[in-house]
Design a protein around this ligand. Structure first.
Ligand SMILES: Cc1cc2nc3c(=O)[nH]c(=O)nc-3n(C[C@H](O)[C@H](O)[C@H](O)COP(=O)(O)OP(=O)(O)OC[C@H]3O[C@@H](n4cnc5c(N)ncnc54)[C@H](O)[C@@H]3O)c2cc1C
Length: 375
């Protein structure tokens, strides 16, 4: 039976980013239930990187992560991890007051944001409906993330430092032997000194398997569809389109138009599938806000965004169990914050201080401690 310092449960972006940052310092195994890494939330995201429109702590994590995305280590990825997309925030006539509030608030700290006339908005987004949009502004700070390249970069780097990654291994009934956990995996039984819970939507039930109290992480289902763009519309040059209150958003995806009704329906952890009603809303918003007519839905999917009660990530050791570490609750920003959170988790696991970038960003990592949520 092989011994590891750390067994990470979950082969999504959280577990794999941690494996990448931790493997140079500790022996690591990642245990994933599915055949295929990133099968759940990680493979179903909208691949958006944004510096704003989240809680201040999450915006700080995004800013810390940005330097990794812009300058990943040599050999990490053959393509740039971020592609500038830009975003146009829009409001209809009923939301103009709300639009003014949001614009005033956001533009105060960010002079790069600029208001668009309706003609300018349509010049940037030729599919916008003139009879829908009553106000718009442009925010350059939206990027597309090359999620698969990011994931594979983490996997390659982790393996280069000796990390073992096993798929098709559902952690069901861990047992204690001396001062170690014993897990059954596709690579045989393994022993680990420390368990990391990077199980996404299953974080609470996985904690309970190890006798650790859940912290109240609830998966929320979110749906997306893609449809064909009309001839003559270049997906490469279209910005994101965001309704001012995030009632919906749209962005190019694989040459088509992705639309999400920004649903956030609490659900049980599962291989969630899109509900007809949410697909219908996604299509409705396309027809309401744009001139694209939805003749055929090319693809629809749903995934989990898993939140702690205060909507901040949960990173750190359980109070009563110094051998159980949480890396969960990344909600709708787990891909874009993965460089910062993976590096933070690795530092805490080796007993080091948080990376300097946290102090430079004025971000106190103890805000993410699970202890804040423990009864
Ligand atoms: C529609 C949608 C749009 C999104 N858009 C964005 C976006 O634009 N930008 C962004 O940054 N984020 C976005 N997100 C959020 C992002 O996808 C998540 O925050 C992130 O993927 C969470 O990663 P994770 O590794 O924690 O979870 P997951 O990717 O779900 O990984 C957890 C893994 O744990 C495994 N597991 C669970 N239990 C066990 C067990 N007992 N044994 C073994 N393995 C187990 C699961 O099989 C799973 O693979 C979006 C999410 C959705 C659904």
């Amino acid at each position: 039976m092989r011994d590891y310092d750390v067994a990470i449960i979950g082969g999504g972006i959280a577990g794999l980013s941690l494996a990448y940052f931790l493997a140079p310092h500790r022996s690591v195994i990642v245990v994933e239930r599915e055949e295929g890494l990133g099968y759940h939330s990680t493979g179903r995201s909208a691949a958006e990187f944004v510096l704003r429109y989240n809680a201040p702590e999450v915006c700080a994590l995004a800013a810390i992560s940005k330097s990794f995305f812009d300058n990943p280590p040599e050999g990490f990825s053959e393509v740039a991890l971020l592609k500038q997309r830009g975003g146009v925030m829009i409001a209809n006539a009923e939301k103009v007051t709300r639009f003014e509030e949001v614009f005033a608030e956001e533009a105060r700290a960010n002079p790069e944001l600029h208001r668009l006339t309706i003609d300018e908005a349509i010049a940037r987004v030729p599919i916008l409906r003139r009879d829908y949009v009553a106000a718009a502004y442009y925010d350059p700070h939206f990027w597309d993330i090359e999620v698969e390249n990011l994931l594979q970069g983490y996997v390659r780097g982790a393996r280069r430092h000796g990390a073992v990654i096993v798929e098709r291994s559902n952690v069901l009934a861990p047992r204690r032997e001396d001062d170690r956990w014993v897990l059954t995996t596709a690579a045989g039984d393994i022993r680990a000194r420390t368990i990391v819970n990077a199980a996404g939507g299953w974080a609470d039930p996985v904690a309970e398997l190890f006798g650790v109290a859940p912290v109240g992480i609830v998966p929320h289902r979110r749906t997306a569809i893609t449809v064909d763009l009309p001839d003559g519309i270049d997906a490469m040059t279209l910005p994101e389109i965001n309704e001012i209150d995030e009632d919906f958003y749209m962005k190019p995806e694989g040459g088509r138009l992705l639309s999400s009704p920004a649903d956030a329906t609490p659900c049980d952890p599962a291989d969630v599938q899109p509900e007809e009603i949410d697909v219908a809303w996604a299509a409705h918003y396309i027809e309401e806000a744009t001139t694209v007519s939805v003749r055929r839905i090319f693809k629809s999917w749903a995934g989990m965004r898993s939140f702690a009660p205060d909507r901040l990530p949960v990173i750190g050791f359980a109070r009563e169990r110094p051998d159980f570490f949480w890396l969960a609750g990344q909600g709708g920003y787990g891909i874009l914050t993965s460089p910062a959170l993976g590096a933070l988790a690795a530092s805490l696991l080796v007993g080091a201080a948080a990376p300097d970038s946290f102090e430079a960003a004025g971000l106190d990592p103890s805000k993410f401690s699970p202890v804040r949520l423990e009864a």
